[in-house]
Design a protein around this ligand. Sequence first.
Ligand code: KIV
Length: 288
Amino acid sequence: MEKQAKPVTTAKFQKMKKEGTPISVITAYDYPSAKLAEEAGVDAILVGDSLGNVVLGHESTLPVTLDDIIYHTRAVTRAVTIPLVVADMPFMTYHGSRDETLRGVARLMREGLAKTIKMEGGAEIAETVQNCVQAGVPVMGHLGFTPQSVHRIGGYFIQGKTEKDARKLIDDAIALEQAGAYAIVLELMPEELAGEISRRLSIPTIGIGAGSQCDGQVLVFHDMLQYGSGIPPKKFVKPYARIGDMMREGIAQYVKEVKNRSFPDEAHSFHGEQTAVGASYGAEGAAK
Ligand code: KIV
């Protein structure tokens, strides 16, 4: 009998770090993409607030709300049983009181059914991370370029390039580990610095634009599959497929066939003696 894969846990993340097994993470925001990611064997799915940019059409992650993340996390958790599902705490939802933060976290886990959450920031959020961990919530940290601070940073820039900045990122990573974070995303920083942080920590680092020495990697679904229109090239993104082009071509062909009346043809039409079987939008519900 085929061995059934077990759900990935934060403990498995620690084991993978110890054994030197790379951790694969991808973002996803809805049922079909999460299902495909699970079928492809990812270890974890991040319902990132990159949702704002790649799905909702915002210019940054800042307009994303807790309700947005809950809605999309629910669609993802409905789809998968194996990958660890991590949900982002949106901009300004964890900078108020302890109770206010925990109320938001509780909603993500109760309503979204997220297994863990992610927060951006270093030593300044260590106490918040600790509060969540003490309440039983596993927290993933996020250092380097932190998109929720894009306006303070002044743009999408590589972080930790000076010795002082690099030192601060190392200290921040240690502070997050000490606060109880189970993993940390390292975004947009020199490979050597990400390697140094990864070696100093006993929890795994998950890199994006941080080179090959992290314990795992994460990419945004729409970037790595070029799912969208005119997605700008990014040095740290390898396009593994170009599904945006395929979708546009498919839709254009449909439009052409509707216009020239070659769709629907005989194969896709019903006649009096036929019955529709299992009709449902998008599924196998065609007629026999
Ligand atoms: O929101 C997101 O997708 C992220 C990744 C870039 C790590 O935080």
